[in-house]
Design a protein around this ligand. Structure first.
Ligand code: ATP
Length: 400
């Protein structure tokens, strides 16, 4: 339907980006490539009026319109829901190093040449004059065959250093190599200190994509490649390579226990070197959160030399003082407490008495402070394995 409308309007519509790359990859390598999560459809023309016409003919709505002439559209067709990114063919002009570009509606050739890598700069036409034609202005198909990540021009990473992180993701995801031009562009980027100029939010977002967009098994390689290219240092982010394993195994352990948002935060907290937590300012975290993390880190440090000698209950009382995101981060910084902490998180913190306060009163306990103390005692004895069921709890109350 979109194709028919574009034909009628005499506007050129085409697929671009990941959807074309993955289609060709599948054909070239007969590899199983995950289905593209988002479909990028580009129009050389007036997209707003095009979408109005489309949405008169099909059920759906525009969910989001960006400052970059793009629209996220939900289409309902035959009882199914599709999310499609509609993009205006555009030219980008970068006026400042590492700042967002100015964008202008333009010709499809400009739209190809604004892209990050040759393998992402292939398009397939859906309407005349290039209906059904693969257009490759930058030898992208050749680079797909060679397995090369190659930027389109040498100033590419000066304009937008987030492309370096995108390149790492493609390298690891597809098992490709960086081209010579990739390293030349990287050199230029370092010379111009472009990574230092990249905003904290954009830097944090790119790192989060390692976690959210890529298979879990690739995380170590993604982080190591970033480290080996010296990107953390160049971006003025003090990280600790020794945290990588601990971070990855902790996130694995916590599957299903924490939300995606919490996971992302722990990931960024856990990357940084615990001796330089101020480094988290670089990732755009607010003062209050960084100060909290520093405070709780001190609390653990005070008990660290004595950790093995503490009883299980004493450890739990320390853990209970610390909100879970900070606590889990501290498990990454201090491997000594990690085992206890995971057990606390998955098990002990969920242990609750069967008896309620009201039931305690019925059993003859006086209202007031005593109730709280008794419930706490029941919890302690349960965690220590001294009592098991409601009957044991009642006996404990009677003894008390
Ligand atoms: P993925 O499989 O990771 O989703 P994708 O190629 O679909 O890959 P998107 O982030 O959806 O990735 O971007 C769509 C296309 O837009 C890319 O293929 C690329 O051509 C272009 N693009 C995205 N980000 C940039 C950027 N920072 N600079 C230049 N081009 C970009």
């Amino acid at each position: 339907l979109a194709r028919d409308i574009s034909k009628k309007r005499r506007e050129f519509l085409y697929f671009a980006g990941g959807v074309v790359r993955d289609y060709l990859l599948k054909r070239l390598y007969k590899k199983r490539i995950p289905k593209p999560k988002d479909l990028d459809l580009v129009l050389q023309g007036n997209l707003k009026s095009f979408l109005k016409e489309l949405l008169e003919k099909v059920k759906g709505q525009i969910l989001f319109e960006s400052q970059f002439l793009t629209y996220k559209v939900k289409i309902n067709l035959n009882g199914k829901e599709f999310l499609i990114d509609f993009i205006t063919a555009r030219k980008e002009i970068y006026e400042d190093i590492a700042k967002l570009p100015k964008v202008f509606a333009s010709h499809f050739e400009d739209d190809i040449l604004r892209r990050d890598f040759t393998i992402n700069a292939l398009i397939i036409g859906l309407s005349p004059p290039y209906e059904g034609v693969l257009i490759d202005l930058v030898e992208g198909e050749e680079d797909l065959k060679k397995g090369l990540i190659k930027p389109l021009y040498l100033n590419s990473f000066v304009d937008d250093p987030t492309r370096i992180f995108r390149g790492i993701r493609y390298k690891i995801r597809f098992g490709f190599n960086f081209s010579e031009d990739f390293f030349l562009a990287l050199k230029k980027c370092f010379e111009k200190s472009a990574l230092k100029k990249l905003s904290g939010t954009r830097l944090a977002n790119e790192l989060k994509l390692y976690l959210t967009k890529e298979p879990e098994k690739n995380l170590k390689n993604l982080l190591m490649t970033t480290y080996e290219l010296n990107l953390f240092e160049e971006a003025e982010l003090k990280i600790n390579k020794k945290n990588f394993n601990s971070l990855i195994s902790l996130l694995k352990e916590l599957k299903g226990e924490i939300s995606e948002r919490e996971k992302e935060k722990i990931f960024l907290f856990g990357l940084v070197d615990s001796r330089f937590l101020e480094s988290l300012y670089r990732l755009g975290f607010p003062d209050s959160e960084i100060k909290e993390l520093i405070k709780y880190k001190k609390l653990i440090e005070e008990n660290l030399s004595n950790w093995e000698k503490l009883s299980l209950w004493e450890k739990i009382k320390i853990f209970e003082k610390i909100p879970s995101i900070y606590l889990l981060t501290l498990g990454i910084y201090f491997p000594k407490i990690k085992k206890d902490l995971i057990k606390f998180f998955k098990e002990y913190r969920k242990v609750k008495p069967e008896l309620t306060g009201e039931e305690l009163i019925k059993l003859g306990v006086k209202e007031g402070k005593e109730i709280g103390a008794l419930l706490e005692l029941i919890r302690k004895e349960k965690i220590e394995g001294k009592i098991k069921n409601e009957e044991d709890e009642k006996n404990l109350v009677i003894q008390f």
